[in-house]
Design a protein around this ligand. Sequence first.
Ligand SMILES: [Zn+2]
Length: 412
Amino acid sequence: MEKESLYYQIPYVKEFDAKVLSCVKSEDKYLVELDAHGFYPEGGGQPADKGAIGDAVLSDVQEVTLKDPSTGEKLTDDRGNIKVKILHTVDRPLTEGETFHCVIDWENRMRNSRNHSGEHIVSGLVHKHFGYNNVGFHMSDVMTIDFDGTLTFEQLMEIEKEANAVVLSNVPVNTLWPIPEELEKTDFRSKKELKGDVRLVDLGGADLCACCGTHVMTTGEIGAIKILSVLGHKGGVRVELFCGNDALSDYRKKHEQLLQLSHMLSVSIDELVEGVQLVLDQSRQKDWRIGAINQRYYEMKAETLKDFDGVLTDIEEGMNNVELRKCCDHFMKHTASKVVGVFGRKDDSIDAQDDNCQWNYVIGSANVDVRSKAKDFNVLTNGRGGGQKEMIQGSATCSESILHKSMEELFS
Ligand SMILES: [Zn+2]
């Protein structure tokens, strides 16, 4: 944590000039040290800034700890701060000693700052009401906070309400660098033991926390804070949330899906749950009716085949695996056939006599071991599957006549 860095001293500096102190090639990129630090390096759960140094594209900024080459120990200054150098990853070499105009990708920085400030408010409120600590914090497509205690979604909805009230009150976000004597008397959140200069971030009284990240200047800049989910994680919970534009983008995406569903079901968004319930109820009713019709169908077909004692190869259209099994079972019990094969064509767009026609199959017998023929059947029909001695099932890709031929060849 370098107190003198520009991103701390003038938080909203978007552009600045800096001299290149060194430039070293690293694989297909270049690592550059500058004499001014306006780009925030990755740290404290917050990703690094992006931007440009002259014409060079800046893709990453990392803080590297300096060590004594002889002892390997970390170097510190007279205030106890660990000495670091900041390396900027760019796509082309920059001349040492030359000064370049640097531009921070402000949209990216503000996204990180909004999320980081929103995270502090939520963590501070959880700490205040439940006494739990933030023990992990990650920002990527979605932001996550890990707490060392359990919380329900309902409890988090109360936290969300209070957090958004802090946003709407639009109070200033202050950063403080207390001297050690003041720090001793101050009650603040911290994830680890601190040495050297300590930077405290005060989120309008909602939270006071030791932090190295970047923040907004007033809480109103955060925008909406929306908690998405809570899951058990290492004895505590992991909470997913969005702040500001991320919350708005998420709202838009979900609203678009709700609109599509509402058009598909011809109901308003407010009636979607009832609409989906109605479709599910109708679908269950249809399943029941189809089941009853199928049962009558098996019985009538078995009646016409009851004296058939050869190898029965029965072709059906669109029957699913459960129906095929029931059908096969019924024919095994109510016909004289020794071996019954029931085949359901999967896709009506491919002709049954086409070699690429796809089938689900069930083959059963009360007195022949059908499992012993499964491998041969799969070879003949370009299929896969298996099962028990009494019944095998699987899928095949071949013409209908190959199915008939294979059944005769293996089971006659
Ligand atoms: Zn922080």
